[in-house]
Design a protein around this ligand. Structure first.
Ligand SMILES: Nc1ncnc2c1ncn2[C@@H]1O[C@H](COP(=O)(O)OP(=O)(O)OP(=O)(O)O)[C@@H](O)[C@H]1O
Ligand SMILES: [Mg+2]
Length: 399
C-alpha cells in the first residue's frame, strides 16, 4: 500500500495478552489509592492486593501500570510470574540486578549488613556464603537501604497446580515475615479468581485474606467509549459518534475486545482522517473469528469440568438472554443445592451474574454464543437477547 498519510498506518490499539493499552479505562479509584501509597508510604490495607478477573480482562495491564507508577516514585520493583523456580529467579537474578541499580550510599548500607558481597566498583558479586539465604532477609535489607521508598512485588499468572501453589506459599511466607519485620512492601498477585482462591487456602497465605481485592470485569459504556475515542485521538484520527457507539457495542466493555475492534476499525481505511460506521462494520466482520479463537475459547478453557456442565446447561436454558435456575438444575440432573454452589462460584469468578430472582445471565459477551457452537445446533434462543443493566442500550451483535 502506498499513501501519503503514513503516520496513520500505525494503529494505536494494542490487542493481545500482556499488551499495555494506550488508554487505560476504569478502575480509577483503585489506581489512585494504590499509586498514592507510592508517595505517601501510608499503606493502610494495601500491603497486599489480589487482582482477579477473566482472561483478557486487564490484570497484566494493571500490574504494568502499577509497576511503572512505583518505579517513577523511586520504588524498587520485583515482578515475576508464578511459574516454577520463582524464589530462585527472584533471589539469584532480580535482586542482584536491583542492587546494582542502587546508589552508592544504599550499597554501602547493604555491605554493612553482610548479606551480599560487592566488588571494588560496588557491583554485586555474590551472596555471603555463611549466611543461609532467605528472601525475607533480602527484602528487609533492601527496604532499609532505600528507606523512604518501598518495594513493589508483582506476581502474575497465579495458577492452581499443586507444585506451583507450594512454591507460591513459600514465597508468600517469606514476604509475610519481611512485612512483620517492618519492610515497606506492597505485593500484588494476579490471576483468575478460582486460582487466587486456591492460593488463599495454602498454609502460609492467611495474611493474604486481608488483601485489597481488585476485581476486573467489564468497563461500562462510558469508560469503553472514552478508551476508544481517546486512543483514536492520540493516534491522530477521529471517529464519528455512531461508529464509536457501534464499536463499544461490539466490544461490550471487555478490555481485550475494545483493543481488538478498535484495531480492526483503525486498519480498515488507515489513511482516512475519520473512522466511520463502515469501518466499524468491517471491524465487526473481522473481529468475529478473532473473538472466538483468541479470547472466548480461552476464557472457556479456564472453566472446570463441572463449571462447563453448568454453563452448557445454562446456555440450553437461556430464554431472552437469561436462564431460570430451576431449568439449569433440571438440565444438569443433579440436586439444586449442588447447582447453587457452582452458580455462586461462577458469579464470584465473573462468568455469570444474577438477573432477577431465580435467574442468571452470562456476564461475558459472546460466551453463550460460543458455547452454542460447541454443544448442538438446535439451541437458538427465541426472541431478542436481553443485555444486563447498563448495557441494555448496547446489545451484543450476533456472531
Ligand atoms: N483497562 C483497560 N482499558 C483498555 N484496554 C485494556 C485495559 N486493560 C487491558 N486492556 C487490553 O486488553 C488486552 C488484555 O489485557 P491483559 O493482558 O492485561 O489481560 P489479562 O487479564 O492479563 O489476561 P490473561 O488472563 O490472559 O493474562 C490487552 O490488549 C490490553 O491492552
Ligand atoms: Mg495476564
Amino acid at each position: 500500500m502506498t499513501n501519503t498519510a503514513q503516520e496513520h498506518y500505525n494503529s494505536p490499539f494494542n490487542p493481545g495478552y500482556g499488551k499495555q493499552p494506550l488508554v487505560f479505562g476504569g478502575h480509577e479509584k483503585d489506581i489512585e489509592e494504590l499509586t498514592d501509597v507510592f508517595t505517601t508510604m501510608d499503606f493502610g490495607e494495601n500491603h497486599s492486593v489480589l487482582v482477579a478477573g477473566l482472561r483478557g480482562a486487564g490484570k497484566t495491564s494493571m500490574l504494568t501500570l502499577l509497576k511503572d507508577a512505583a518505579a517513577e516514585k523511586g520504588w524498587l520493583v520485583i515482578s515475576d510470574d508464578a511459574s516454577s523456580g520463582l524464589m530462585e529467579r527472584v533471589m539469584e537474578t532480580t535482586i542482584p540486578q536491583l542492587i546494582n541499580t542502587l546508589d552508592s550510599g544504599a550499597k554501602a548500607h547493604l555491605t554493612s549488613l553482610g548479606i551480599w558481597q560487592f566488588n571494588a566498583a560496588w557491583e554485586y558479586e555474590s551472596r555471603q556464603r555463611e549466611v543461609k539465604p532467605q528472601l525475607r532477609h533480602d527484602l528487609v535489607a533492601l527496604s532499609n537501604a532505600v528507606d523512604q521508598r518501598g518495594i513493589l512485588i508483582t506476581i502474575d499468572e497465579v495458577s492452581s497446580g499443586k507444585v506451583r501453589l507450594r512454591e507460591l506459599s513459600k514465597f508468600a511466607l517469606q514476604v509475610s515475615h519481611a512485612l512483620s519485620d517492618g519492610a515497606n512492601i506492597m505485593i500484588v498477585f494476579a490471576g483468575i479468581k478460582v486460582n487466587l482462591d486456591e492460593l488463599l487456602k495454602q498454609e502460609h497465605t492467611t495474611f493474604l485474606r486481608r488483601s485489597r481485592d481488585v476485581d476486573f470485569r467489564r468497563l461500562d459504556p462510558e469508560q469503553t467509549m472514552r478508551v476508544l475515542k481517546e486512543t483514536i485521538r492520540i493516534g491522530g484520527r477521529s471517529i464519528t459518534d455512531d461508529a464509536l457507539r457501534r464499536l463499544a457495542q461490539i466490544s461490550q466493555g471487555y478490555p481485550y475486545l475494545i483493543q481488538l475492534v478498535g484495531d480492526y476499525a483503525w486498519r480498515a481505511r488507515p489513511s482516512e482522517p475519520t473512522i466511520e460506521m463502515s469501518d466499524a462494520e468491517v471491524a465487526f466482520e473481522r473481529a468475529i473469528r478473532a473473538i472466538n479463537s483468541r479470547v472466548i475459547s480461552k476464557v472457556y478453557l479456564d472453566l472446570s469440568d463441572v463449571d462447563k456442565e453448568f454453563v452448557k446447561a445454562m446456555t440450553m436454558a437461556l430464554d431472552n438472554g437469561r436462564a431460570k435456575m430451576e431449568n439449569i438444575v433440571q438440565n444438569m440432573g443433579v440436586s439444586a443445592q449442588y447447582v447453587q454452589v457452582y452458580k455462586n462460584r461462577l458469579i464470584d469468578s465473573g462468568y455469570v451474574q444474577k438477573a432477577g430472582h431465580g435467574y442468571v445471565e452470562f456476564s461475558l459477551p459472546y460466551l453463550d454464543q460460543y458455547i452454542r457452537t460447541i454443544i448442538s445446533d438446535d439451541l437458538a434462543p427465541d426472541g431478542d437477547e436481553q443485555a444486563p443493566d447498563e448495557w441494555a442500550d448496547f446489545p451484543a451483535p450476533k456472531l
